[in-house]
Design a protein around this ligand. Structure first.
Ligand SMILES: [Zn+2]
Length: 112
C-alpha cells in the first residue's frame, strides 16, 4: 500500500498520507493547515525495502558514492524518528541500523 510522507512547507509539520491513485496524490493537502505547498518525503514502503537491502550491503565495506551515505543517513534518522512518533518499537535491530548510520564514514559525511 503506497503511503507517502509529506512535509508541509507552510507549517513545517510532517504527516503520512495513503495514496490510492495519482489523482489523489495531486490533491493532497496538509492535515494541519490545509496548505497544498508540500514536500514529498520518502514512502514508508520504500524505507522498509531500503532497510533490509542496505543492512545486507553494509558489511561489504566497499566504497560507496555520496548518494549512498546521504540517503542511508537520512533514512536511518528519519525512520527512527517516525517509528518513535508512531509508537512502533522495532527493538535492537532498528537501533543497530541507525547506529551504523551515525558512526564511521557516514558521520564524517554528516558533519560537513
Ligand atoms: Zn501545514
Amino acid at each position: 500500500m503506497p503511503i507517502f510522507e509529506y512535509q508541509c512547507n507552510r507549517c513545517g509539520r510532517e504527516f503520512a498520507q495513503l495514496i490510492l491513485n495519482s489523482k489523489e496524490e495531486k490533491e493532497v493537502r496538509c492535515k494541519f493547515c490545509k496548505s497544498n505547498d508540500l514536500m514529498k518525503l520518502i514512502s514508508s514502503f520504500s524505507v522498509h525495502q531500503a532497510e533490509s537491502s542496505r543492512l545486507a550491503d553494509f558489511d561489504a565495506s566497499k566504497p560507496r558514492g555520496d548518494d549512498f551515505y546521504k540517503d542511508s543517513r537520512n533514512i536511518g534518522l528519519w525512520a527512527k524518528k517516525r517509528m518513535k512518533e508512531m509508537g512502533v518499537d522495532l527493538g535492537p535491530k532498528m537501533d543497530e541500523i541507525v547506529e551504523r548510520g551515525r558512526t564511521g564514514k557516514i558521520l564524517e559525511d554528516y558533519e560537513k
